[in-house]
Design a protein around this ligand. Structure first.
Ligand SMILES: [Zn+2]
Length: 437
């Protein structure tokens, strides 16, 4: 292509003008600012934000001329919350499937579920969850589509750490008919069959290729399950690309094998015992216990709930790294997905866990299990400007988190005065780069 010199010059001048324009500063006046890692709260802080990142935090920060000032002086500002285990592209419900998610997979297509995921992500963000680990059961990679859509700038949503398709021995969590299992026409996007070492390696690579950010396996969904060596192979293959592994465990023996193989995190609490907790604490394995509260009628039983509370308390006493995780993948009429997720604090309160420790599980440990702590999470200079605000003090009363009235994500206001204002997040193209995959 030929280009006249004067045209080239004009283009260069235009390009320089764009880069020369100073990015606008946003200044947030925080009445109180919580540091969940330290468990402290301080009064009258100013946070400066530029280009989506925090550039200053402190008491004596001068607000630059021309800065947009956001007055949260009557509120408590804290970093965004993390749900370490959800399935945003899955919404099972009483009607028509009687909360049997096996049927949801047959009834709802992946494209429909991807649209649900966008809606659920917005609902989670509105409740203050700025990071969600989306751990499988998302059809044919609807979780990757959600993550990429958010990262490219098409839609608002939490930062998504997604697992792709759950890898397990043939059938996964299902008991499929031979027609389903052999023909793979219905339901089968839900699990990647991997029974032999070759299949395990291939399944891990497939998920990484199709946009997963963490690997999820079913350690013991079948009586034969995965051996310690099988799980070690998963961990080894994932580590080649710097990926961590979460194991779904539903038995004590399965959890023990996952612990011995050195997984990053364990999902669910049914395989948890005092002995397993001790080993997890020793090895620093994160616990994503998915502790369903009894108040979510129909989603747990009294006996199961009581065991959940006892084991959560035991894990806290033994200093297992605790994350806040919900597995809230169903519809509760009258509540948003985010409101269902926040309801899980009830189990933590019932276990007698002090509010600062609950908040730490929902923030500090959430960033660690998501591996975002160096780029996103803490309200620290240089990190992404993700923050929320509430009335009251969540270090005293964790229920303060039930009413998040302000949400900022990547320096853009998503919710203000309790009202979601997402228009700046909706872009008609990949404004943050099409190369994000
Ligand atoms: Zn789950």
């Amino acid at each position: 292509m030929k280009l006249h010199l004067s045209v080239l010059f004009t283009l260069l001048v235009a390009a320089t003008a764009v880069t020369a324009q100073a990015p606008r500063t946003t200044a947030i006046r925080a009445g109180r600012l919580v540091d969940p890692a330290a468990g402290t709260i301080s009064a009258n802080r100013v946070i400066l934000v530029q280009d989506g990142k925090i550039t200053a935090v402190g008491a004596d920060i001068a607000i630059p001329q021309g800065a947009e000032v956001i007055d949260l002086s009557k509120l408590t500002v804290l970093p965004g919350l993390v749900d370490a285990h959800n399935h945003l592209a899955l919404t099972y419900k009483e009607v028509p499937e009687h909360n049997v998610y096996y049927l949801t997979y047959v009834l709802d297509s992946t494209p429909l579920r991807a649209i649900q995921a966008v809606s659920n992500g917005i609902q989670m963000l509105s409740a203050g969850f700025t990071i969600v680990r989306d751990m499988g059961n998302n059809g044919n990679y609807a979780d990757t589509a959600l993550r990429v859509g958010i990262e490219q700038g098409w839609i608002p949503g939490p930062t998504i750490i997604n697992s792709g398709i759950i890898i397990g021995a043939m059938g996964g969590q299902f008991s499929p008919t031979p027609e389903m299992a052999k023909d793979h026409n219905i339901v089968y996007p839900e699990y990647l069959d991997a029974d032999t070492p070759d299949e395990i390696v291939k399944a891990v690579r497939q998920n990484m290729l199709f946009g997963a950010k963490v690997i999820k396996i079913c350690a013991d969904c079948k009586p034969w399950g995965y051996s310690v060596d099988d799980i070690k192979l998963v961990v080894h293959e994932a580590a080649k690309a710097g990926f961590k592994v979460e194991a779904h465990c539903q038995t004590t023996a399965g959890a023990r094998r996952a612990i011995d193989a050195g997984v990053w995190s364990i999902a669910h609490d049914s395989g948890m015992t005092e002995e397993n907790h001790r080993l997890m604490a020793q090895k620093g394995i994160f616990r994503a216990g998915t502790e369903t509260p009894i108040s979510l009628t129909g989603h747990t039983t009294k006996a199961r709930y009581e065991r959940t509370v006892t084991m959560l308390k035991n894990a806290h006493d033994l200093e297992v790294p605790l994350t806040f995780s919900t597995d809230a993948d169903y519809w509760v009429e009258g509540r948003t997905r985010g409101e269902v997720a926040i309801e899980f604090i009830e189990t933590w309160k019932a276990a007698g866990i002090p509010a600062p420790d609950i908040l730490r599980a929902m923030t500090t440990n959430g960033y660690k299990v998501s591996e975002t702590e160096k780029v996103r999470g803490p309200i620290t200079v240089g990190l992404a400007a993700d923050l929320i605000a509430v009335e009251g003090n969540p270090l005293q009363t964790i229920d303060a988190l039930r009413r998040v009235t302000f949400v900022m994500k990547d320096g853009i206001v998503f919710k203000r005065d309790g009202v979601v204002t997402p228009e700046k997040f909706f872009n008609p193209g990949p404004v943050k780069g099409w190369r994000i995959r």
